[in-house]
Structure formats: C-alpha cells, structure tokens
Design a protein around this ligand. Structure first.
Ligand code: BTN
Length: 259
C-alpha cells in the first residue's frame, strides 16, 4: 500500500509554485469539489486555491453526467482568475498538465481525446470539467475540475470497465496520489504562466490529440455529425470534414470513433 497522505500540508509543503496549491482544502468526503470551489471563489478565495476530496458522492462530469469518484482516485478543483482570452486554452492547459504529470510519476504515456478525456491505451483515465463564471467581459473565476482514476480496480466497477482504466490497473501496482497531485499543480501553474506570458500551448495540445485524422461520429445536443476529425481551431473547437466535403466547427460535443 502506497503511503498517501493528502493533508494540505503534505501537498503544499515545499511545492514549487507561486500560487497554485499554496492554499489547499481537503475533505475526506464531499458531494463534489466543484460546489465547494464555487463557494470559495464567491468568498474571494486566493487564486490557485485547490479543493480536494478523498471521495465524492455526487461527482459530476460534462453534460450533466455522473462521475464516479471512489476512494483511491484523485478528485480536485482549482480556482483560477484568467483573463477572458485565456478561457479557450484552459482545457488545453488542464489536459497537458494531467498528461505530463501522469508520465512524470508513472512513465505511462497518455493521449488526449477531444475535448477533455485523457486516455491510456484507448481507455479513459481522467476527465476534466471546466466551469467559468463570466459577467460581460469579466471572468469572476474559472474552476478546473480534474478526476483521475489512480488506485481504482476496474474489476470492481463493471459498469465502466470496458471504457475506463486506472493508473494502478495499467501498472499492476498502486500509485502515490500525493506525487501525482503535487506534479499536477506544478504543471498547471507552469502552463498558466506560459499563457500569461503570451506563449501558446495549442500546438502541443493538438499534437497530443488522438482524435485527429480519425473517422468519427460527433453528438452535439440532439445533432449527430459524421466525418473525419480534420483539425482543431485555436479556440479549442473541433473541425469536422463531413462525408459531403463540408467543414463543421464543433464547440461542444462527444466524439465516438467509427473505424
Ligand atoms: C468528464 O469526463 O465528464 C469530466 C469529469 C470531471 C470530474 C471531476 S472530479 C473533480 C471535480 N468534481 C466533480 O464533481 N467533477 C470534477
């Protein structure tokens, strides 16, 4: 059993960041870290505040889906105050930060499935949910929610077993959540500062997308598109080449491979 103390002190101590993870709130069990993060943000929490739950009882995913968050996984939300122009880059930032930290801690290579899934060997290991509170041109806050299947035995969760994986199932041993979280927070800040300094992370995100060049079906609301995922725009949307040659820009949707 890996030593895995997620106390605020063990996460923040000597963490090489200026603000991300310098304030951590840990709860053994929560309905959802997104709710606590929203409340904290409304009460002027410092930028970079992180809310971590040992488990979530009402974890939520994109498109109002349920997100399974049992003990042994990582469930956290990070509060940021980006400018409006960075909002489309936050999903790129979060995806790359997760992929980098998984590789740094475990050596496992992961890929990004548009728009927000991190896959290992074709199965989902992490989901990202970003909620922005915007009024006019002002971003009150952005909350990046990240759920990583770390020490999850998929055999115990047959309902997601065909599509999901965990770091421990991939490696055949448990993984330190503390190491993954600390690395993740450093990476989030590094990429955020890159953006703030006018740098771009679009190219690297694009290069990590497993979706591009594939024949896919995309469901967006009640509409279903079929075609080839040709590219992604700098605002993060997917450019789909339809079977009739038309090009559709998809901002929100779910992608299923067709091959
Ligand atoms: C998805 O793949 O649909 C996104 C899943 C996001 C899950 C994380 S876990 C931490 C945070 N709290 C939540 O309730 N959801 C996000």
């Amino acid at each position: 059993m890996v030593e895995d103390n997620l106390s605020p002190d063990s996460i923040s101590r000597d963490l090489e960041t200026r603000f991300v993870g310098q304030r951590v709130l840990y709860y053994p069990s929560l309905p959802s870290t997104m709710e606590v993060a929203r409340r904290e943000a409304q009460q002027e929490a410092a930028e970079g505040t992180v809310i971590i739950a040992g488990e979530q009882t009402l974890g939520r995913g994109r498109l109002k889906r349920v997100w399974l968050s049992p003990k042994g996984n990582i469930s956290l939300s990070i509060i940021l105050h980006p400018s409006l122009s960075y909002l489309p880059s936050l999903i790129m930032l979060a995806s790359l930060a997760v992929a980098h930290s998984i590789e740094a801690v475990t050596g496992l290579k992961s890929q990004v499935k548009w728009p927000n899934d991190i896959l290992i060997n074709g199965r989902k290991v992490c989901g990202i949910l970003i909620e922005n509170d915007v009024q006019g041109n002002t971003v009150n806050c952005s909350i990046i929610g990240i759920g990583v299947n770390v020490n999850l035995r998929l055999a115990d969760f047959p309902e997601i077993q065909p599509i999901a994986t965990s770091l421990s199932d991939e490696l055949g041993r448990e993984v330190s959540r503390l190491s993954v979280i600390r690395c993740l927070l450093v990476e989030v800040e590094r990429l955020y500062l890159t953006l703030s300094a006018g740098g771009s992370i679009y190219q690297e995100w694009r290069d990590n997308l497993v979706t591009l060049g594939k024949r896919v079906r995309v469901k967006t609301g009640e509409t279903i598109y079929e075609g080839v995922a040709e590219s992604v725009a700098r605002d993060g949307s997917l450019l789909l080449r339809g079977l009739d040659g038309s090009l559709t820009k998809i901002v929100v949707g779910d992608v299923t491979p067709r091959d």
